[in-house]
Design a protein around this ligand. Sequence first.
Ligand code: ATP
Ligand code: MG
Length: 429
Amino acid sequence: MSKSLQAIRGMNDILPEQTPLWRYFEGTVARLLDNYGYRQIRMPIVEFTELFKRSIGEVTDIVEKEMYTFDDRNGDSLTLRPEGTAACVRAVLEHGITGGGQVQKLWYIGPMFRHERPQKGRYRQFHQIGLEVFNLEGPDIDAELIVMTWRLWGELGLRDAVKLELNSLGTSESRGRYREALVEFLSAHLDNLDEDSQRRLKTNPLRVLDTKNAETQAVLVDAPKMADYLDDESRAHFEGLKARLDAVGIPYVINPKLVRGLDYYSKTVFEWVTDKLGAQGTVCAGGRYDGLVEQMGGKPTPGVGFAMGIERLVLMLEALDKVPQELSRQVDVYLCAFGEAAELAALALSERIRDQLPNLRLQINAGAGSFKSQFKKADKSGALYALILGDDELAQQVVGFKPLRGQGEQQSIAWDALAAHLATCVVQG
Ligand code: ATP
Ligand code: MG
């Protein structure tokens, strides 16, 4: 196929074989979030470029080199959203729904775009479920976010495969003091830093902590520690969070080098990481961003949130064999009809059955066909039962009811009794 007719590198189709697992994952998260009192918000996928520059920070990987930015026909610079927080903050400000200290517990789902090197677990269009809470400043809500994800890993069967890493970045004041100390220390070791870190030292020094370069890592062993610079308030906040995680029994490790790639974090930062996906090990990441709303032109408004990468979690469910068995079957019953008169009766009957059993997954044969070909299609559909309607059945107002998996004889069932019969033998999801 010519190149222009292929999908863009790093942007994937999610094929019908894969969508049941995606929907299972998304449905599980949505139900959980409903149960904890979070409400969904939907933002546009495209925003003014300025929004991301202002919120994410000019000197971050995302803004420096990962954004899909273009001019629209008016000459406005627009960007495909690389993450959800910026647009969510824009939306709550625009609609005034966090004014006067109103608490908002919001979540969103959808595609994000970053021009990164595509590889397993890293794509150019990927999908996140994210969540943001506004106007709650205590560690109790930070804890709720983490407790909720812990429950999610439990429901998905992933608890043993993920690890929680925590850190506190302090308030912007204490972070400022730490940044100074770090810059002073690193400047004295400039020659031993990799090129990227030398550059970051000038633009975004905390990001040096995040380096993958071994020589720079060796220098960092003796670097000042953020924990020693935390102000009392941040320290108390962090203790409050840890106490709550302890109360629920959620294990965690403190990772003093966890700084996160986006500029806007303060106090709590966390990542759920796994060693089951190779290099792309972070499946969920977030933290507190008490200064962001003000930075974007709103009143001072505490905020905290996280985002998880759906592709990585789906990959994990597959890698660990945690795909629920029942997802493999998409059809409960397959209705075969032979001849025009039987087809008409079958259609009317199937609609009656759907009225009575709204959750039944009933597929009606389309495109006619012989006994043999319709049975083949019934079998291939994965259905548990075939229903058969030919001239004889039509005359008697019955259907043939034939188990397709395992034992059981074909039997005749009156149309009026069919729904009740199906209700007893098909477990409806
Ligand atoms: P990474 O360090 O892996 O690049 P990040 O810090 O850039 O991640 P965030 O911006 O915090 O990621 O996004 C939250 C989550 O979204 C990540 O933990 C990951 O699960 C997922 N994610 C981020 N970028 C990608 C991508 N390019 N492809 C697939 N998933 C991604
Ligand atoms: Mg990244």
